[in-house]
Write a protein that binds this ligand. Sequence first.
Ligand code: SF4
Length: 388
Amino acid sequence: MKINYQIELDKIINNIKEGQVLKLLLHSCCGPCSSYVLEYLSKYFEITVFYYNPNIYPPEEYSYRVEEQKKIIELTEAKNPIHLITGEYEAEKFYKMARGLEEVLEGGLRCHKCYEMRLRETARLAKEYDFDYFTTTLSISPHKNSQILNKIAEKISQEEGVKNLPSDFKKNNGYKRSCEITREFGMYRQDYCGCIFSKRESEERNLKKAKNELRKKAKEIALDLDREYMKEADEKIIEKLRMRSEYQGAKNIFTYVGKSPEIDTSLFIKKAWEDGKNIAVPRCRDAENMDAIIIKSFEELKTASFGILEPEFNEDLIMPKEEIDLVIVPCASADKAGNRLGFGRGYYDRFLENLKAEKILLIREKQILSPIPMGKYDQKIEVVITEK
Ligand code: SF4
C-alpha cells in the first residue's frame, strides 16, 4: 500500500513543541532541489545541508552545483540557521557501485543504489554528530519515486540507529515552488539528474525532441511544395544520379519506392531496369528490420502500412546485403553534409550499419534543413544529390 509521506512528515512537525528546534541533517543533491525544502523546513529545524554527490559528472558540474548550493543557502530567508558541509567527491565509489547497471534507465536499480549510497553516508554523519533526523531533498524530483526512497531511508535508519524524516517534497506543489524560487534567484537548473548515464539519457531525450520538431517542419515544407517544382527537381535529380559512377558501376541496387511528396523514384526504377540493373525495394520483416526484395515490375507492389508500396515477402527474392552495390536512401530531410533525418523508426540506420555498399541520398533543395542533429546510431550518407 502506498504511504503518503507528506502526512507522515506533517505528524512529526505537528509534534514539535513550541520553541523546540530540532537538528536536521539534510542530504542535498543540488541547490534548486533544496530551495523549496529549505524554505519549508527551516521554519521547524536547524538544518545542516550535506552536499554529498559522488555521482555527479563531469567534475566541473559537481563544483558548479556546490556553488549554487551555497548561493541558495545565502538567499533563503530562514527562521533558523542553515549550515553547509560538503562530502568527498568520490566518483570512483559511484562507478564501482554502478558497474553492470550503466544502461539502466533513470529510476531503475542503479538509482536505488545511488540513493542508498548517499543516504547511508548522510545517516552515518547524522548519527556521529547527534542530529535528531536525517533526510534528503531527492523526493522533490518528479523522476524519483518517493515510496522507494523512503523505504531505503527507513532501512538505513534502522541499520544506522538514527531517525529518518519521511518526505515527499513533491506534495504541496514543492517541485513547482522550487522552480519558482530558482527562477526568482536566477539560478542554474541542470537538465539531467547528475551522473554520466543520466546526462546521456537527457541528451538522447533532447535529440529526439529536436528531431521530432524538425520532422514536423519538414512535413510542412513538403506539403507546401509546388507540383511543377517537384516534377522538374525529381527529373534533374534522377538524371544526376544516373551520371554518378556509383550508379554506373552498380549491378544490384536497393532503392525505396517514393510516395508523394517524397522523390518519385519510380522514374529512377524504370530507367534502372532499362539500364539492366537489378532492383530491390524494402519490405518490413518486423518492427525493426527490413529485407531487400527483388522486383521486376511495379505490379508486384501492394500498399502496406503508412501507405508505403511493398512487395510480398519471398525468401527466394531477397537480395543478400553483401551483394548490394548501391543503396538509395530516403529521408524526411537532410543537410548538405549528409546528416540525415529519417522517419523515426530506425529501419535504415539499422540496415545500413556495417553495410559496404555505396549510399546516396536524394533530396530536393527546398527540403534541406540545416543542421540536422545526429545521434550515435544515425548513419551519415556521404553522397547527397539535389537538383542543383
Ligand atoms: S540517474 Fe540520478 S539517481 Fe540515478 S544513478 Fe544517476 S545520478 Fe544517481
